[in-house]
Design a protein around this ligand. Structure first.
Ligand code: GSH
Length: 214
């Protein structure tokens, strides 16, 4: 049995944060496929009782511990392995600040936008899509500006703040209908830097469930 198990599916950027971290730290891990699209597994009473009362992926199982919320999982892995760990109190709070901003305002809007565009039937209402797109553009610009100062979010080295923020940005541009990297040059260079780290893999290669059956 692998040391870590991660409940996930390929299309989930939220789960990708944890899967990427596990791969980058060279952990002994295996994915546990969650049938979100066809089976609605996260909404079943069994999932909510046995796996996660919040009805979400990712969920990390490590021995007797079962953790959800990607920010918590990233923190747990960083503290347990000393990798991608923010150093000292100032960096720790700074990482938390960006992880919360990301969850609410960057990938917190990108995830639903991509879902409504690609997977929801009927697809998202145009007014809702326009609202989300406006928020996404504004918030990506904030991240891009920050990345003009240093190679990674907190400075010279990558931390869990970077692994959180990149969650949806490696998915194909046509799933969003706009090219994030093309519009934000500092984000594009930063994505290349993360991609160059040993152990990096694309979400569709790292987690099960791609492509979706017709
Ligand atoms: N803030 C959470 C978000 C998790 C989340 O929304 N996961 C989605 C998949 S991308 C999910 O499981 N949704 C299930 C549902 O809404 O029923 C995290 O970072 O882990």
């Amino acid at each position: 049995m692998a040391e870590y198990e991660l409940y996930c599916f390929a299309q989930s950027g939220n789960a990708y944060r944890a899967a990427l971290m596990l791969n980058l730290i060279g952990a002994d891990w295996k994915p546990v496929y969650v049938d979100f699209f066809k089976g609605g597994e996260t909404r079943t009473p069994r999932y909510r009782t046995d796996v996660n009362e919040m009805g979400e992926v990712p969920v990390l199982v490590h021995g007797a511990k079962k953790l959800s919320q990607s920010g918590v999982i990233l923190t747990y892995l960083a503290e347990g392995t000393n990798k991608f760990l923010p150093r000292g109190d100032d960096e720790r709070f700074e990482a938390l600040r960006w992880i919360i901003f990301d969850n609410q305002k960057v990938n917190g809007f990108l995830g639903p936008y991509r879902f409504l565009r690609n997977f929801a039937r009927p697809a998202g209402d145009p007014a809702v899509m326009a609202f989300l797109k406006g928020r996404i553009d504004g918030n990506l610009a904030i991240v891009d500006k920050r990345l003009a100062k240093a190679p990674f979010m907190l400075g010279a080295l990558p931390t869990i703040a970077d692994l959180s923020l990149c969650a949806y940005l490696y998915y194909p541009a046509d799933e969003f209908g706009f090219d994030i990297a093309a519009g934000h040059k500092n984000i594009a260079a930063w994505l290349d830097r993360i991609k160059a780290l040993p152990g990096w893999a694309h979400p569709y290669d790292l987690m099960p469930g791609y492509p979706l059956p017709k």
